[in-house]
Structures are given as C-alpha cells and as structure tokens.
Design a protein around this ligand. Structure first.
Ligand SMILES: Nc1nc2c(ncn2[C@@H]2O[C@H](COP(=O)(O)OP(=O)(O)OP(=O)(O)O)[C@@H](O)[C@H]2O)c(=O)[nH]1
Length: 364
C-alpha cells in the first residue's frame, strides 16, 4: 500500500498509548485505571471482569483507556517473565469441537482438576454465532456450573456482538488481562463453526480438537484444515457403549494425522480418548498437554509461535481499521453506491471501480 493510502491514526490514541500518561488522562480516568490495574494484578476477579468489559467497549475514549491499561499490564507481565528466565508464565490452550462434542463437560472436569492442583484457570469463549445472528451457541445455557463457582477459576462468555475480527481482538486482549491477574492456564473455547476455530488456533500455544465418538454425518462438519492445526485430538465420551466407537475414531484420526503435514519439528500431534463422566483419560490428557508445553518451550517453538501471533494480530488489526476508515470515508461513501451498481451491471470492471474508490479515498 502506498503511503498516500495509509490512514492517519487518531492522534489521541498515539499520545495516550505512547506516553501512558497522565497529562492526557483526566483525574477520574487516572483513578479508574489505577483501581483496575491494582485490582487486576492483585488477582481480584471483579477488576478482571471490569477490565475485560473495558477492552470490549465500542466507546472511543474508553477504548483508549483500555489500551493504556493493556500497556501497563503488558509491562507488568514482561517484568514477571524476565524474572522467570523469559519463559511465558501462562499456558494458552484453545479448545474446539462441533456443538455437543462435550466441550463444556470436558472443561469443567479438567478445570476442576487443575484448580485442585493449585492452578488458576480462566475460560474465555469465542462464539461466532453471537457475531452473525445475535444468538449464541455457547452462551445461552448454564455451562460449567461447578467451575463457575470455583474461586480459582474465571469464566467469561463471548462478547455478545461484533464481528469475528472484533471478538478476536478482544479475546486476545482478555487473554493478556487474565494472565496479568495471575491465571496461569487460559482456556479459549470455540465451536467448530465458521472461521472462529482458525482465529482461536492463531491466539493460543496449543490447539486441541474435541471429537465425539459418532461417525458419518456428525463428523462431516469437522474441517480438514482445522485437523491440520490440532496439536492434540481428544475423542470425548469414551465410556460405556461409546468405548468401541471412540476407539474406532481414535484409530481413524491417528492414521489421518500421519498423512498431514507436521506443524512442529519437535511435536507429533496425538489422538487420545477421555470421558468426562468417568474421568478416565482426563489426567492423561493433561499430561499430554504439559508434555507438549515442555517440548515446545525447550525447542523455542512456543516462544516463536507467540511472536508470530503478535505480528498476525497487529496486521489483522490494521486490516480491520483500514477497511473501516475506508468504508466510512465521505468520498468513498458518496461514490460507492453508483460504482457498485455499475460493477454489478458489468458497465465497468471491479478493478477499475476499486481504483476509483481508492483514488477518492486517497485524494481528500
Ligand atoms: N457419555 C458421555 N456423555 C457426555 C460426556 N461429556 C458430555 N456428554 C454429554 O454430551 C452432551 C453435550 O455435552 P456438552 O459438554 O454440553 O457439549 P458441548 O460441546 O459443550 O456442547 P455445546 O455447548 O452445544 O457446544 C451432554 O448431553 C453431555 O451430558 C462424557 O464424557 N460421556
């Protein structure tokens, strides 16, 4: 993109973030940020919840405040990490699977096991249905009832509205806030619908696919592309009558994974079975996750993955922002309906229309 097409950033954002200060913030704003920051790093759930609400806001000034808060939390996390020899302190795990795969039951038992072992666990949801329909695949029913009562756990439903891009951004930011609040395990849950799985795979250290032990049609919804992204596949509900089909699915996925391109030089994706009802296989699943983390940390791949994710995240923010500036630009808005109509009728080529719109955008 030529420099003339670049969108100037609103000045106030630049000032607020780069100086992190004080002269730009009013007294009440400073007090609010101080209260949130101190509460958050003190591990208070109410402050964490309020901080996540702040990053989810659409309000322009509050968005700026959210960025200031994030900068402070990031600085705090960097300090903590450098004390930890540069190793990330938290482990981010993405969990996905078709509706009814047993995700919430799985997260409930794994989450309880982990808090029982002294971990602090947060669960964030990315629900693409709330973006498109305003309804929700993940949020409507009561899920993870026990874990939600656990003081060492924090469960946050998906933001109720916005584009997938917007939800992705706020989830990325919510991860940072959870880690600042001392949650050492962050689980990001999504359903296997639309692009949300790929978005989640791009924001975590490890991506886990949950597959129910049912054949045929129910598995049709699982995209090949997402299986390639899985570091671990868990065949759920492996109990009672479901053990034989669970074994069969395990064998099928094990051979399917062998044919796929490896994502990591040090880790081979595995397929395991577990039951949230009997708890069988649950400690083993966690042991595999830990072994993944140790392997990827010692090979340096985990750190490299995070660095790459930061870049991807930045570029997707830029794309989203540039596009919305473009769409809101007065000259573009004026020319767009007529040009769109002419393109649809075949009067001019899409390329020419795009050029004209970009010129209109760049010229004023
Ligand atoms: N037999 C058996 N059933 C299970 C197990 N885990 C979950 N289920 C059942 O499977 C159904 C779906 O479980 P959920 O945990 O709600 O699945 P989910 O993937 O979170 O579902 P959505 O919220 O629709 O995305 C429920 O009826 C559960 O009781 C299990 O380990 N064994």
């Amino acid at each position: 993109m030529s420099p003339s097409l670049m969108v100037p950033r609103p000045r106030s954002v630049v000032t607020a973030v780069s100086t992190d200060h004080i002269q730009d913030l009013s007294g009440p704003e400073q007090r609010l940020l101080k209260k949130l920051y101190e509460g958050l790093i003190g591990g208070q759930r109410a402050s964490l919840a309020e901080s996540i609400t702040l990053v989810e806001t659409q309000h322009p000034r509050k968005k700026e405040l959210a960025q200031v808060l994030l900068q402070r939390v990031l600085a705090y996390k960097r300090e903590q990490e450098s004390r930890n020899g540069g190793r990330p302190q938290a482990f981010r795990v993405g969990l996905s699977g078709p509706p009814g795969a047993g995700k919430s039951s799985f997260i409930e038992v794994v989450g309880k096991m982990l808090t029982g072992r002294g971990h602090k666990v947060s669960v964030l949801a990315v629900d693409p249905s709330s973006c498109t329909t305003g309804g929700s695949l993940l949020g409507d029913k009561t899920r993870m009832t026990e874990l939600s009562r656990d003081m060492s756990a924090y469960i946050r439903p998906s933001p109720a509205s916005g584009t997938l891009g917007g939800v992705t951004r706020t989830t990325n930011e919510a991860i940072v806030l959870c880690e600042g609040a001392g949650y050492d395990i962050v689980l990001v849950e999504t359903v296997g619908v639309g692009q949300s799985e790929f978005a989640v795979a791009d924001m975590v250290d490890m991506f886990v696919l949950l597959i129910p032990p049912a054949g045929g049609d129910e598995l049709q919804g699982i995209k090949r592309g997402i299986i390639e992204r899985a570091d671990l596949v868990v065949v759920t509900k492996s109990d009672g009558d479901l053990v034989p089909p669970a074994r069969r699915i395990q064998a099928e996925y094990t051979s399917a994974l062998k044919l796929l391109r490896r994502q990591s030089r040090s880790w081979n994706p595995k397929v395991v079975r577990a039951s949230s009802y009997t708890n069988e296989g649950i400690p083993e699943v966690w042991a595999k996750m830990e072994s993944y983390r140790d392997t990827m940390l010692s090979s340096g791949e985990l750190q490299a993955r995070r660095q790459a994710q930061q870049r991807v995240w930045m570029w997707s923010l830029i794309q989203e922002n540039v596009l919305s500036h473009f769409q809101l630009h007065p000259a573009v808005r004026e020319a767009l309906p007529r040009l769109e109509q002419r393109v649809t009728k075949g009067a001019i080529s899409p390329g020419l229309a795009a050029d004209l719109l970009l010129k209109a955008f760049a010229s004023s």
